[in-house]
Design a protein around this ligand. Structure first.
Ligand code: HEM
Length: 447
């Protein structure tokens, strides 16, 4: 069969585009992806990149033909920090790690972490003064790092929290920068930060290895946290993870599990502050249902409206800006063919802005995720956690965590936006805001 040529994205050709790409490659890639319609292609030096947005083709790539693809090589820059963890691994090693890590994310495990999330949210609120102006993104990162930290190492996180969080942040900024930016002034500043970041990576590595050794030395002391699960994990054939592999997965969970959630929450509170009716809906639900009981007693925490708001925030601002693959062999896609060696970019950000699936896609409207509307969505039309075998292992954890944080905040506090003007996006590995978002904390007097 004769295949059609994949349309070339004109925006990739001009000199001004080259400059744009040089200044901020991720922002440029995202722009091209949004301009691609169902499918489009361009060359970036020797690399052939195909952007795909049409849901049924997204499904073909990530699910039906998943074995014809591996992770896009750019993702591998993360391994400076994460080693060979799940995010960057492929093939048989990835499959083994995924099997061994999966039990840590089973429903019962996630229920056990609900109170960890609720407690951390209450502590964050208590740490703010009434009327204080906070840097929203920084506070959300602190909160989500605390939660993932306690879920991973219950016993040890308080002892290491502050320095460890700073180091994880510093290392992440560095690997995000490596993956995304190459402008000259930045190369200079990266070189300076390099030493700092590499030292931070070494400290995180040493801390995680020390914790692993301590746990191995005292196997009788069970915290029943992620670290215990990873150390005890065994397949039916008796395979388990070595200390190096556990180290890689622990750091991967920190990397994958905190900035994504923090970014979604940052955008969520920014959006909610502009829609008083949504704020009122959240406060009503929190007032009517209370908060403490079910999170503490292991019943599933369900706040349907908070969940709708979270899902809609994730539609407009999905945590990760792209899902990248490299084709191992030629893959037919409708009338087109993705040639072996091409990189494929699927951006949840552009997939979620398809007006045929989400009318008036730029509008923030949580009712899109009312059960009857959500059920009517086409498969692969909403992919904040990806789909298929490589879908996010922490998706259910993130939904639980988001719901609890949003609901706990709605019960105790209102965040009022005091940032002048509109805030745009700064796509790095996650979809960060382009500048600081400041919020004034208004605590409810009944607290
Ligand atoms: C709102 C929050 C989150 C978003 C939007 C998100 C998004 C994603 C996406 C899109 C992928 C798939 C990438 C691909 O197919 O190439 C992924 C993978 C992954 N996520 Fe998440 N994630 C979130 C939270 C979490 C959390 C809380 C954890 C862990 C505690 C986590 C751990 C991982 C891991 C380990 C992978 C790699 C899975 C594999 O390849 O087997 N994520 N995430």
């Amino acid at each position: 069969m004769a295949y059609r040529k994949i349309p070339t994205l004109g925006a990739s050709r001009s000199l001004s585009s080259l400059l744009e790409a040089f200044k901020n490659p991720s922002a440029f890639l995202l722009k091209l992806s949004c301009a691609a319609g169902d499918i489009g292609q361009f060359k970036a030096g020797p690399v052939h990149i195909v952007c795909v947005n049409r849901p049924e083709w997204v499904h073909t790539i990530l699910v039906e033909q998943a074995s014809a693809f591996r992770k896009m090589p750019a993702v591998k820059t993360l391994s400076v920090f994460t080693g060979d963890g799940l995010l960057v691994n492929d093939g048989a090693t990835w499959a083994k790690h995924r099997r061994l890590a999966a039990p840590a994310f089973h429903r019962q495990r996630i229920l056990a972490y609900q109170e960890v999330a609720a407690q951390a949210a209450r502590e964050a609120i208590a740490s703010w003064q009434n009327g204080q102006v906070i840097d929203l993104e920084r506070e959300m990162k602190r909160l989500t790092l605390t939660i993932v930290g306690r879920a991973l190492f219950t016993r040890d996180i308080n002892e290491i929290a502050d320095e460890f969080s700073r180091d994880v942040d510093c290392a992440l900024d560095y690997v995000n920068g490596l993956a995304s930016r190459v402008t000259l002034p930045l190369v200079r500043s990266l070189a300076r930060r390099n030493r700092e970041a590499l030292a931070a990576i070494a400290r995180v590595d040493a801390t995680v290895r020390r914790l692993i050794r301590a746990r191995r030395a005292q196997p009788a002391l069970h915290d029943d946290d992620f670290l215990d699960m990873l150390l005890a994990a065994q397949t039916e054939d008796g395979e388990s993870l070595s200390d190096d592999e556990v180290r890689d997965e622990v750091i991967t969970m920190f990397v994958a599990g905190h900035e994504t959630v923090a970014t979604v929450l940052t955008w969520l509170f920014y959006l909610v502050a502009r829609f008083p009716e949504v704020q009122a809906g959240l406060e009503r639900e929190a007032r009517e249902t209370g908060i403490a009981g079910d999170a503490q007693h292991g019943a599933p925490f369900q706040r349907p409206y908070a969940l709708r708001v979270y899902k809609e925030a994730m539609r407009l601002y999905p945590g990760g800006f792209t899902i990248g693959r490299e084709a191992i062999r030629d893959v037919p896609l409708g009338d087109y063919i993705i040639p072996a060696g091409a990189w494929v970019m699927i951006s949840p950000y552009s997939v979620h802005r398809n007006p045929a699936i989400f009318p008036e896609p730029e509008q923030f409207n949580p009712e899109r995720f009312a059960p009857e509307n959500e059920q009517a969505l086409p498969r692969a039309g909403y992919i904040p956690f990806g789909i298929g075998p490589r879908a996010c292992i922490g998706g259910q954890f993130a939904l639980m965590e988001g719901q609890i944080i949003v609901s706990t905040f709605a019960q105790h506090v209102r965040l009022v936006n005091v940032t002048p003007g509109e805030v745009g996006i700064n796509p790095l590995v996650t979809l960060r805001p382009s500048r600081k978002i400041e919020m004034r904390v208004e605590k409810f007097t009944s607290d």
